[in-house]
Design a protein around this ligand. Structure first.
Ligand SMILES: *Cc1c(COP(=O)(O)O)cnc(C)c1O
Length: 507
C-alpha cells in the first residue's frame, strides 16, 4: 500500500523509483498506441523541455499577476497566439484556464451573467456537444436545451434556431465534435445567433489547434473561428493538439465587453480583494510555462508538419476500417478522429448533409452488427496493444469505437491497420460478450435510486472488476450500453466512488 505520510521522510531516489513503478500500470502516454486521453507529437526532446519549463514556474502563483509579471507575460503571449491562429483581431481578449471544461464553464458563466435579469437563463447545444456543457449548466443552474443533430452528425442550424427563446443566453456548437470529429456548420449558426442577438460559443477545445493547419494543407473544412461574424467566443485546449502537458486551455472572447461578466470580484472581507477571471484562484505557473515552451519550440511550421502527419495517419486508419469486413466508418474522417461502428455490408454515409444513420444498428442491445461485437473488438485491440475508446449507443446512434489520432500515430498506423483485421476476425469468432446472467437480469430491473454501495460492490465482483483489472471490459461495456443514461450514470458514479477511497484497489 502506498503511504503518503510516512513517519520518517523517504529518500528522493526511492520515491522516484516508486512513482515509476506506479506508472507502469498506466496506459502508454507515448508511442501512438493509445487513442484517447493523450496527445503525442513524437518529437524528441519536447518532453524534457516542457518538464524543465514547468519546473521553473511551478511555484509561481497565478492568483496575482502584478506579483508575478512573468506569468502575466506568458498568459498574454498564449492568448495572443491563440487569437492570431483563430481569426481574432486587436479587440480579441482571453483567459488561460486549466482545461476545456473550465473554458466552457466560464463561457457559460460570462453569458449567464451578461443577462442578470433572467430567472431561468438557458443554454442551447446540439446533442453532440461535449458533456462539459451539461456540467456547466449543472454547476451554474442554467437550463440546458439539447437539440438533436442531423443524420450527418452535424448540428442542425434550423433546429437550433427553433430552440432559441428570449431566455437563451448562449448557443454553442463544436469544431469539431469530440465523439465523431465532424465540424458543425458554424457560419450558419453564427448568422442565426447574430440576428437573434444571442452569444455563440464555438467549442474548438479538441481541434482548435489543428483545424487551421489542416485547412492550410487543403482540407475542405468550413470557417469555424472568430473570423466568422456572430461567433462571440471560442475555446481551444493547448493540452490537446498544441501538445502541451496537461492543464492549459484558452478561452477567447471577441471583445472586452463580452469577457467582463466572466470575472469574479470580491472586496467584502478583511483579506485581499479577490479578482479572478477563472475558477481557480491560487494556481501554478507550471503548466503555463510548459505550454509556452511547447508552442515556441514547435512553432507554426512545426504544427503544420504535425498536422500533415496526423492527416496522413487518419487516412491510413480510415482506409483500414473501410477495407475490413465487419466494421465501417461511422463518421467521415474529416479531421483527426476515426469513429467506427460494427456492420460491414452498409457504409454509413455521414457525408456533409447527405448521410443517414443506419437504423438496423440502432438496436440498443449490444455493440454488435454484422456479426462483430464492438466491445469485444475493443478488448481484442487492447490485447494487441491498441487502446481505443468505446462509445455507448445514444438515441439513434449505435455503439462506436473512437480513435483520437495524433502525430505519433503516423509511425504506428500501418501496424494498426493489419492488427485491426486480426482483431475483427477474433471478435467475430468470439461472439458477443459473455454476460453473467445475474448482473444482466439485475440491471434490467434496476432504477438509479436502487443503486447502493452494496449493489455496486456485488456487481463489480460478479463482473470480475474486484481485483482492479480493467483489461477485459466487453461484458461491463455491454451492460452499460443497455442501461438507460440515468442508470449508467448511477452505476459508474457508484463504481468510481467505490474505487476512490483510501484502501481501495489501485492503491
Ligand atoms: C476535451 C474536450 C472538452 C473538455 O476538455 P477537458 O480539457 O477534458 O476539460 C470540451 N470540448 C471538447 C470538444 C473536447 O474535446
Amino acid at each position: 500500500m502506498l503511504e503518503a505520510l510516512p513517519e520518517k521522510g523517504v529518500p528522493g531516489e526511492q520515491i522516484l523509483a516508486e512513482l515509476q513503478g506506479l506508472r507502469a500500470a498506466d496506459l502508454p502516454t507515448h508511442g501512438g498506441r493509445l487513442f484517447a486521453y493523450v496527445y503525442d507529437p513524437a518529437l524528441e526532446g519536447l518532453d524534457e523541455l516542457a518538464r524543465a519549463a514547468h519546473a521553473i514556474s511551478a511555484h509561481v502563483n497565478g492568483l496575482d499577476p502584478t506579483a508575478f509579471p512573468s506569468l502575466l507575460a506568458m498568459e498574454n503571449a498564449l492568448v495572443g497566439a491563440a487569437a492570431r491562429l483563430l481569426g481574432g483581431d486587436d479587440q480579441t481578449v482571453g483567459s488561460v484556464t486549466s482545461g476545456g471544461t473550465e473554458s466552457l464553464i466560464l463561457a457559460v458563466k460570462a453569458a449567464r451573467d451578461s443577462r442578470p435579469e433572467l430567472a431561468t437563463p438557458r443554454l442551447v447545444i446540439p446533442s453532440t456537444a461535449h458533456a462539459a456543457f451539461a456540467k456547466a449548466a449543472h454547476y451554474l443552474r442554467v437550463a440546458l436545451d439539447v437539440v438533436p443533430v442531423g443524420a450527418d452528425l452535424r448540428a442542425d442550424s434550423a433546429a437550433l434556431s427553433a430552440a432559441i427563446t428570449a431566455d437563451t443566453v448562449l448557443v454553442a456548437a463544436s469544431a469539431p465534435s469530440y465523439a465523431h470529429g465532424v465540424v458543425d456548420p458554424i457560419p450558419e449558426i453564427a448568422a442565426i445567433c447574430a440576428e437573434r442577438g444571442v452569444r455563440f460559443h464555438v467549442d474548438a477545445c479538441f481541434g482548435g489547434w489543428v483545424l487551421p493547419y489542416l485547412r492550410r494543407l487543403g482540407a475542405d473544412l468550413p470557417d469555424f473561428d472568430l473570423a466568422v461574424p456572430g461567433v462571440t467566443s471560442i475555446s481551444v485546449d493547448l493540452h490537446k493538439y498544441a501538445y502541451a502537458p496537461k492543464g492549459v486551455s484558452i478561452l477567447l472572447h471577441r471583445d472586452e465587453a463580452l469577457r467582463r461578466p466572466q470575472y469574479f470580484a470580491y472586496a467584502g472581507w478583511p483579506g485581499y480583494t479577490m479578482i479572478n477571471p477563472i475558477i481557480s484562484s491560487t494556481r501554478s505557473g507550471g503548466p503555463i510555462a510548459a505550454a509556452l515552451a511547447t508552442l515556441r519550440h514547435i512553432g507554426d511550421a512545426g504544427y503544420l508538419e504535425l498536422a500533415e502527419r496526423t492527416r496522413d495517419a487518419v487516412a491510413v486508419l480510415a482506409e483500414a476500417v473501410e477495407r475490413v469486413d465487419g466494421v465501417r466508418l461511422f463518421a467521415p474522417p474529416e479531421t483527426t478522429v476515426v469513429c467506427l461502428a460494427a456492420g460491414g455490408a452498409q457504409t454509413a454515409d455521414a457525408g456533409r448533409g447527405a448521410g443517414t444513420v443506419d437504423s438496423s444498428d440502432v438496436a440498443p442491445t449490444v455493440g454488435s452488427g454484422g456479426g462483430v461485437d464492438l466491445f469485444v473488438l475493443a478488448d481484442e485491440l487492447a490485447a494487441r496493444g491498441w487502446h481505443t475508446q468505446p462509445q455507448m449507443a445514444y438515441g439513434e446512434m449505435p455503439a462506436t469505437i473512437h480513435l483520437t489520432v495524433t502525430a505519433a500515430v503516423a509511425a504506428t498506423a500501418a501496424e494498426f491497420a493489419s492488427d485491426l483485421a486480426d482483431a475483427v476476425a477474433a471478435a467475430r469468432a468470439a461472439g458477443p460478450a459473455d454476460l453473467p446472467p445475474a448482473p444482466l437480469e439485475a440491471a434490467g430491473a434496476l432504477t438509479p435510486e436502487m443503486v447502493t454501495p452494496d449493489l455496486i460492490a456485488g456487481l463489480a465482483e460478479g463482473l470480475g472488476l474486484g481485483g482492479g483489472d480493467f483489461t477485459r471490459m466487453a461484458a461491463v461495456n455491454s451492460l452499460l450500453n443497455v442501461a438507460p443514461p440515468a442508470l449508467r450514470e448511477a452505476l459508474l458514479t457508484g463504481f468510481l466512488s467505490l474505487l476512490q477511497r483510501p484502501g481501495a484497489a489501485g492503491e
